[in-house]
Design a protein around this ligand. Structure first.
Ligand code: HDE
Length: 725
């Protein structure tokens, strides 16, 4: 890239294209470029004879096939990714000298990979899990990776415990069960002995762990980092990604059903939204803490099990991330991309968070085994858009052909090149933090408050969110077989909140233990004696943080939401057309779901294309349901168990449902008996009555919708996402 040219979002794409391959109109060749005459028959001695070793084509083809797989990531194995770009809103020069954060006309290409943590590559998207949110910025100063999650805190405080955590949560080693799930004994055994994980547990048991879409979840850098400006002044920073479409989740019952109906639900959703031009967007937010304020909080900024409440330090939105292009090849890009929290640019630096410090070792190490050697940075997706010059040489699969005889520094034969870059030449200079301390294996005192922020999270949740956390804990601990583990967990929960513990214990049919049975926090202070630290309780400076509740998210759009229109022959074609038009005008996707595939004959001889049949769809794959009238259509649907189940489930999952004319009868037929009273008012409405009938916020029913009021109300109801009441 030329020096005085503004970086553009296409810079990375153009670079990738140099490695593209297109077989259109080409002949088949071996890897050596030899044209292949017969790809159907191996070479043999006579038509019924044995195959010949000489068949180089057979050997080459099968050998390559035998080596197609590489080890999957030890964590975050299942992922989906997309290309896009990042643009800052205004110069961040007061805080950082990072070039990609200086100028709003600079478009920095990015590659973003979302993932689950526990499951293997082929596991289902809707597992209850943390989601990885890893962003590779191809900046004009080299690569910056922000390798974060969709939850702002982590299970553990020290990298040394990571292998233990992962061993505990992965399928149990004797029988490799369960897949992609934390609901089993070894995980909860570990957690019940790790009170530092309680804050993270609250998040993972909340609906944040079952997002509606990658496009509708937040992202966090988790650790505290540093921003450093051109005067060398450093400030602490936490990174946030705020989804433009708001923060939305499904409920656990849906998650389990989606895993069966469409295990690729999130992957498909990301892919399709980009193909349709509905580009996913997030705003980058930063929380800035001055160096002098490092110790002013009642938690330690270096402790990754704590967040900085937005009410204490507001999140400043500084730019936008847009994903606008799907990868061309899953393996070459999504599988081979190698992130590393240690890929930095000048103006960004680390903090001493002990979890982050450990990660700085792990990510290169893991690529060596996963991608097979030290040249993984040469794989096209991993290459920076700026040139790489150094004296590193050779190794497996080396692509670069280094010219000349010099591969050392200092040298005179190469004119001293490649030379070191001074500050003014953009050389990276580590922030000169002053350090003073003995060598210890110990944590700072504030790290031992494990429950204040767990309680803050719990207290900040809306009623339905709390109910979901209780249900999740009942489910997870219900799958635990060893009673002592359940009891220990309930004991820990009681330290977060007594009501929470009581409700979980009730579901498990056990009492809340009076005190937690140690050992907790086996830790070795400076004198070397193993002590059992009991968690400290503190009086937190904040009781509630509204920003922690999903209830306060953006609820003003139905863009990209999937709406099912239930129909059979005889459906009211005018109503279908009108509703489709209104919903699509708001950016929603509308699908006609019917008992079979093909074309429906609607009223007035209209023909309506069916998108999906009840056999392959369930209401869990949609955000809302519309039931248009048409007596014949409704009679058919009333007799179809799958149609009734579709409506019933949408209702039980608290989704917006609209019904017009005879459609109301299907709604009534599908309803559980106890809820019929509320809806029966709908039945009393005369067919020609013009009143719009709003049974409650989530259900919009009208016997007559000549003015199209239902659509407007329905759109508002869908934008609310769910109607828990
Ligand atoms: Fe990772 N993590 N991690 N992690 N992590 C990996 O790197 C590790 C942690 C995160 O889409 C691995 O290339 C250690 C926190 C994401 O390719 C591995 C520790 C956070 C991804 C690794 C952590 C993350 C990874 C596996 C504790 C949120 C997927 C394959 C010290 C801030 C990136 C790989 C992608 C992947 C190690 C903790 C996020 C083994 C040792 C905290 C999003 O290197």
């Amino acid at each position: 890239m030329g020096k005085d040219r503004t970086q553009n979002q296409n810079d990375k794409i153009q670079q990738l294209e140099r490695n593209g391959e297109d077989a259109d109109g080409q002949t088949l060749t071996t890897n050596q470029g030899l044209r292949i005459n017969d790809d159907q028959n191996s070479l043999r001695a006579g038509v019924r004879g044995p195959s010949l070793l000489e068949d180089f084509h057979l050997r080459e083809k099968i050998t390559h096939f035998d080596h197609e797989r590489i080890p999957e990531r030890v964590v975050h194995a299942r992922g989906s990714a997309a290309h896009g770009f990042f643009q800052v809103y205004e110069s961040m020069a007061p805080y950082t000298k990072a070039k990609f954060l200086q100028n709003q006309s600079v478009q920095t290409p990015v590659f973003v990979r979302f993932s689950t943590v526990v499951g293997s590559r082929g596991s289902a998207d809707l597992a209850r899990d943390v989601r990885g949110f890893a962003v590779k910025f191809y900046t004009e100063e080299g690569i910056f990776d922000l390798v974060g999650n969709n939850i702002p805190v982590f299970f553990i405080q020290d990298a040394l415990k990571f292998p233990d955590l992962v061993h505990a949560i992965k399928p149990e080693p004797h029988h490799e069960m369960p897949q992609a799930a934390s609901a089993h004994d070894t995980f909860w055994d570990f957690i019940s002995l790790m009170p530092e994980s309680m804050h993270m547990i609250m998040w993972v048991m909340s609906d944040r762990a079952i997002p509606r879409s990658f496009r509708m979840m937040e992202g966090f850098g988790v650790h505290t980092f540093r921003l450093v400006n051109d005067k060398g002044r450093s400030r602490f920073v936490k990174f946030h990604w705020k989804p433009v479409l708001g923060l939305h989740s499904v409920v656990w019952d849906e998650a389990q059903k989606i895993s069966g109906l469409d295990p690729d639900f999130h992957r498909r959703d990301l892919w399709e939204s980009i193909e349709q031009g509905a580009y996913p967007e997030w705003e980058l937010g930063i929380q800035i803490v001055e160096e002098k304020d490092e110790h002013k909080f009642d938690f330690d900024l270096l402790d990754p099990t704590k967040l900085i409440p937005e009410e204490l330090v507001p999140v400043k939105r500084i730019g936008k991330l847009t994903l606008n292009r799907n990868p061309d090849n899953f393996f070459a890009e999504t599988e081979q991309v190698a992130f590393h929290p240690g890929h930095l640019v000048p103006g960004i630096d680390f903090s001493d968070d002990p979890l982050l410090q450990g990660r700085l070792f792990s990510y290169t190490d893991t690529q060596l085994i996963r991608l097979g050697g030290p040249n993984f940075h040469e794989i096209p997706i991993n290459r920076p858009v700026v040139p790489v010059h150094n004296n590193q040489r050779d190794g497996h699969m080396r692509q670069t052909i280094n010219h000349g005889r010099v591969s050392y520094q200092p040298n005179s034969l190469g004119g001293g090149c490649p030379m070191q870059a001074g500050r003014e030449m953009g050389g990276f200079i580590t922030y000169a933090e002053t350090l003073d301390g003995g060598k210890v294996r110990a944590r700072s005192e504030k790290f031992f408050d494990h429950f204040s922020q767990a309680a803050l999270f719990w207290n900040s949740q809306s009623h339905p969110e709390k109910a979901h956390i209780v249900q999740a804990l009942r489910f997870e601990l219900g799958k635990v077989e060893v009673p002592a583990v359940r009891t220990r967990m309930v004991g820990l929960l009681a330290q977060v909140d007594k009501t929470l513990a009581g409700l979980v214990a009730q579901g498990l049919g056990i009492p809340v233990p009076a005190k937690v049975d140690g050992p907790l926090n086996l830790s070795v202070p400076a004198d070397g004696d193993i002590k059992r630290f009991q968690p400290k309780s503190r009086v937190p400076s904040l009781d509630r943080s509204p920003a922690l509740s999903m209830a306060s998210t953006v609820k003003d759009t139905i863009k990209t939401r999937r709406i099912a229109v239930l129909a059979a022959d005889g459906v009211d074609a005018t109503a279908v057309g009108r509703m489709k038009k209104a919903l699509m005008a708001e950016g929603a996707q509308v699908k006609v779901v019917a008992p079979r595939l093909g074309v429906l004959s609607g009223t007035k001889g209209a023909e309506i294309n069916i998108d999906i049949s009840f056999l392959t769809a369930g209401s869990v794959l949609f955000d809302a349901v519309y039931i248009p009238g048409g007596e014949q259509s409704i009679e058919t649907l009333k007799g179809d168990a799958k149609a009734l189940m579709f409506v019933k489930e949408a209702y039980l999952h608290c989704k917006a449902i609209a019904a017009t004319d005879a459609g109301i009868d299907l709604l009534l037929a599908a309803h559980p008996a106890q809820d019929k009273t509320a809806l029966s008012h709908a039945k009393g409405v005369q067919p020609n009555e013009r009143t719009l009938l709003r049974v409650d916020e989530g259900i919009i029913a009208s016997r007559s919708d000549k003015n199209g009021h239902v659509a407007a109300r329905f759109i508002h109801a869908i934008a609310q996402h769910r109607h828990w009441e």
